[in-house]
Design a binder for this molecule. Structure first.
Ligand code: TXA
Ligand code: MG
Length: 343
């Protein structure tokens, strides 16, 4: 299959490009599109045959439910029921934006979209292309991140093309995504609400509005199946082994130098993902991801993919504090890591 690239600028929306992509979606095809977090792989959420193709091209397990994207807050009532009172306030405050909400689902949502669960995940993305596409398709759009299963999420159209070129109908190239990590997934069927996946909206921001909010840690309740099926799989992983280094900065630098040297002695190609520039690092590839959480979030997945393109064997990544956006970054790095070194 030839994958069409439809270039659209966020500042000057090309209506004909949007209409073309929307038509593909309405006909049951797959279109990757930018959101403010990462690129999504879209299909008509109410068409089980279209949604099945998402699982096939990504190689995604069928028990991992998809997020349904809407362009109008009111549409939530068509997809979800028993919507708690607090939902109105947080939708008002954070939508459009990087917050996905879990509700009890209505029957209109196909089983395959919901991964067999009786709940549905919904979000309204904050990207003019995404919103125009959903409106033009006149359908809620199911969209996981547009990467092959287990690979870092795509933050540019090139990343999508690298993973899914030739397998999907079209990619809307709307430039680099603004935030770089995925949305926060908040379960509103639980009391108090539970963050199933930290993301673009922080725990601190949610607590300000909702009061008590818990954070789900996989493995916390061993006897129960994970609340968010996606959390049980290894994720965000580049092909290289990732070593995540945590702890005191000065000692960390020494540890990273030592690890890099030892790996290189054994003939491995070593990459370092640094959050402070340090001339003392020696490796085959050194990448600065940024020093503040916002910048690191924006660069994280791109940097991991670049190391892969350079065929690095081992990535030594510096961790950051897990406050604010740092919680989402550390969640992704821990999932990518093959070893966490605390010093
Ligand atoms: O920012 C984002 O959320 C991006 C963009 C494209 O919107 N999408 C995204 O989708 O990251 P995906 O499929 O890569 O991750 C969705 C996560 C998975 O961990 C999945 O298990 C969880 O949301 N999820 C979806 N529906 C759920 C449900 N009903 N109950 C619990 N978890 C759910
Ligand atoms: Mg994903």
């Amino acid at each position: 299959m030839e994958t069409r690239i439809i270039k659209i600028s966020t500042s000057d929306l090309d209506e004909s490009g949007i209409r073309l992509a929307a038509k593909i979606l309405r006909n049951g095809g797959l279109v990757a599109f930018p959101t403010e977090t990462v690129y999504g792989l879209g299909a008509d959420a109410l068409n089980p045959r279209a949604v099945r193709k998402i699982f096939e091209v990504k190689g995604r397990p069928k028990d991992d439910p998809l997020i349904v994207h809407i362009a109008d807050k009111k549409d939530i009532h068509k997809l979800a029921r028993d919507i708690p009172d607090c939902a109105e306030e947080i939708m008002g405050k954070f939508w459009p934006g990087p917050l996905t909400l879990i509700f009890k689902k209505r029957r209109i949502v196909p089983k395959i979209t919901a991964g067999g669960l009786n709940t549905v995940a919904v979000r309204m993305p904050d990207n003019p292309i995404a919103l125009a596409l959903i409106k033009s398709a006149k359908k809620p759009i199911a969209a996981p991140s547009a990467n092959l299963f287990g690979r870092p999420s795509p933050t540019s159209a090139k990343h999508v093309l690298d993973d899914l070129g030739g397998k999907i109908d079209a990619i809307i190239d709307g430039g680099k995504t603004k935030i770089g990590v995925e949305s926060t997934v908040l379960d509103l069927t639980a009391k108090p609400p539970v963050i199933l996946r930290p993301g673009g909206i922080t725990l601190e921001e949610l607590r300000e509005v909702l009061g008590e909010v818990r954070v789900y840690h996989p493995g916390e309740k061993n006897d129960e199946k994970p609340l968010s099926p996606g959390m049980k799989y290894r994720h965000y992983a580049p092909r290289a082994d990732v070593l995540l280094i945590l702890g005191d900065y000065r000692r960390r630098v020494e540890k990273i130098r030592e690890l890099a040297e030892n790996y290189r002695k054994t003939g491995k190609k070593v990459g370092i993902m640094a959050i402070r520039k340090n001339r003392r690092y020696e490796a085959d590839s050194i990448k600065f991801a940024g020093s503040d959480a916002k910048t690191i979030a924006k660069n994280l997945f791109r940097v991991l993919r670049e190391f892969d393109d350079e065929k690095v064997d081992v990535i030594i990544a510096e961790g950051i504090e897990d406050r604010g956006l740092g919680l989402a970054i550390m969640n992704r790095l821990k999932k990518a890591a093959y070893r966490v070194v605390r010093i």
